[in-house]
Write a protein that binds this ligand. Sequence first.
Ligand SMILES: Cc1cc2nc3c(=O)[nH]c(=O)nc-3n(C[C@H](O)[C@H](O)[C@H](O)COP(=O)(O)OP(=O)(O)OC[C@H]3O[C@@H](n4cnc5c(N)ncnc54)[C@H](O)[C@@H]3O)c2cc1C
Ligand SMILES: NC(=O)c1ccc[n+]([C@@H]2O[C@H](COP(=O)([O-])OP(=O)(O)OC[C@H]3O[C@@H](n4cnc5c(N)ncnc54)[C@H](O)[C@@H]3O)[C@@H](O)[C@H]2O)c1
Length: 465
Amino acid sequence: MRHFDLIIIGSGSGNAILDERFSDWDVAIVEKGVGSTSSYGGTCLNVGCIPTKMFVHTADVARTPSEGDALGVDLRRTGVRWSEIRDRIFGRIDTISESGKRFRSEENPNVTLYEGIGRFTDTRQLVVETSAGSETISADRIVLAAGGRPVIPEIAGIENVAYHTSDSVMRLEELPESMIILGTGFIGAEFAHIFSSLGVEVTMIGRSGRALRAEDVDVSARFTEIAERDWDLRLNRTEKSVTGDDDGVELHLDGPGGPETVSARTLLVATGRRPNSDLLDTAAGGIATSDDGKVKVDATQRTSVEGVWALGDISSDHELKHVANHEERVVQHNLLHPEEPVESDHRFVPHAVFTAPQIASVGLTEQQAREHAINYISSTQDYGGIAYGWAMEDQDGFAKLLADPSTGQLLGAHIIGPQAPTLIQPLIQAMSFGIDARSMARGQYWIHPAMPELVENALLGLEWD
Ligand SMILES: Cc1cc2nc3c(=O)[nH]c(=O)nc-3n(C[C@H](O)[C@H](O)[C@H](O)COP(=O)(O)OP(=O)(O)OC[C@H]3O[C@@H](n4cnc5c(N)ncnc54)[C@H](O)[C@@H]3O)c2cc1C
Ligand SMILES: NC(=O)c1ccc[n+]([C@@H]2O[C@H](COP(=O)([O-])OP(=O)(O)OC[C@H]3O[C@@H](n4cnc5c(N)ncnc54)[C@H](O)[C@@H]3O)[C@@H](O)[C@H]2O)c1
C-alpha cells in the first residue's frame, strides 16, 4: 500500500489545489473520467458550464432572426452545421482536458495520477480500480472533490430506451428533428434554448405548475409564459412510462387533461444531480453525509474525519462552479496553513441560467422573504422603461430588487432579460460590500443610455425611511 501526503479525489475543482507550494508534497490524484469520453478535468470543463455556454452563444446567434422582425430587419437562418458546431466546441475542450491530464501525469514529478474509481476501505484509505487492476492507497490528508452525476428518475421502461443526459447530449451524431426534455430546471432550460434555437422541436415536461420554480416567483412566472410561447411546455405532468425504438421515444404522461403521450426522436433527462458519495463509499471511510448524500462539512470545509476535506458539488448546497472554486481556495489555504484556517463565505451566492431570456439572481427571493417573515420593500424596473430597452424593443425583461425597509441594504436581486448575468454583478458587489441602495444609485455615474440604467432605476425605485 502506497502512502501519500495528500490524495485528491476528482480532477475538476480539486485539480486547481496544486500549485508550486505543494511541489514537495507527495500527491495522488484519483480520477475516473467524466462524460462519454471519460475525460479529465471534471464536469464544468467537459460536460458542464463551458461547453454548454459555447453552445448557448451559438444558439443566441442562431435565434437572432426571431429578434430582427420587431426591429424591421428581415433575417433568415438558412442552415445549422451541427457537426461543425460540435467539433469546433469539443476541438477546444478536448485539447484543454488532454493537456491538463498530460501536465499532471507527465510534468508534475510529485504527482501520481490514478485513473479509475476510488472507494474508501478504511479511514483515509482507498482502493482504486484502474485498468491495470486495483491498488490500495492511503494519505495523511484527503480532499473529496468528486462532484455529482445526473439523476435518472424511475420511470417504467426507462432502462429499455435510449436517452441522453447532459453528459452525452452535446456530442450527438446528428441534430434530431425533435426532443423531449424532462425537467424544467437549469439544465432543461439551457438545453431547450440551445436545441430549439438550432431548429429542434422541443417538448418540455415539468411536474409543477411553473418552469424554473426555484427562481423568484415573478421571474419564474415570466419565464414560464415565455417558455410556453417558444416550446411545447407541458406542466403539472407525471411520467407513467416510456417506450421506444430506433425511430424515437414515446413518453406516457398523466396531466390535467388526463393521460397523454408525447413522442420525439430524442429524450433528454434533466431531472437534477446527485452527489458521488455513494461511488466513494464515504461510509467506509467514516465520513458523515446528509440524507441527500452530500458530505457534511464545517465552515472550513473539514468533514467529520480528521484530515479529510470536501468541496464543490459533493458537499455544497450550491452546485455551481464559482462556489466550488471558492471552496477549493479555502481548502488549499487550510491544507497549507492548518494553524490559521479560513472559512468559506456563502452569504451572497449568485447564479445565472443561460436560457432565453437570460436569468440571474442573488440573495432572497420574494417567496423566501415571506416564508421567513423578513420585512422587505421591493422595486421592479422593466427593460421596456429604459432607453436601451426601447432600442431592443424588449417586452419581457425586468429587474426586481428586495431591500431592508429600515437600512436600504439589498436582500435580493433578480433579473430576467438580455445580459442578466452581466447586469447583476454590481448588485452582488453592493450586497457583498454592504452598500445601501441610495448610495449605490446616486454615489456613482451610470453610463447613458446603457443597459445598467435598468439597475440604476430599479435601485431608485426602492423607497425607505
Ligand atoms: C450541463 C451543466 C451545465 C452547468 N453550467 C454551469 C454554469 O454555467 N455555471 C456554474 O457555475 N455551474 C454550472 N454547472 C455546475 C458545475 O459544473 C459544477 O458545480 C462544478 O463542475 C462542480 O465541480 P466539482 O469540482 O465539485 O465537481 P466535478 O467537476 O464534477 O469533478 C468531480 C470529478 O470527480 C470524479 N470522480 C467522482 N467520483 C469519483 C471516484 N469515486 N473516483 C475517482 N474519481 C471520481 C469525476 O469523474 C469528476 O471528474 C453546470 C453543470 C452541468 C451538469
Ligand atoms: N447556469 C448554471 O449555473 C447551471 C447550468 C446547469 C446546471 N447547473 C447546476 O446543475 C444542477 C443540476 O441541474 P438540473 O437542471 O439537473 O437540476 P435542477 O434541480 O435545476 O432541476 C431539475 C428539475 O427536474 C425536476 N424533476 C425531478 N424529477 C423529475 C421527474 N421525474 N420528472 C420531471 N421533472 C423532474 C425537478 O423538480 C427540477 O425542477 C443545478 O441545480 C445547478 O446548480 C448550473
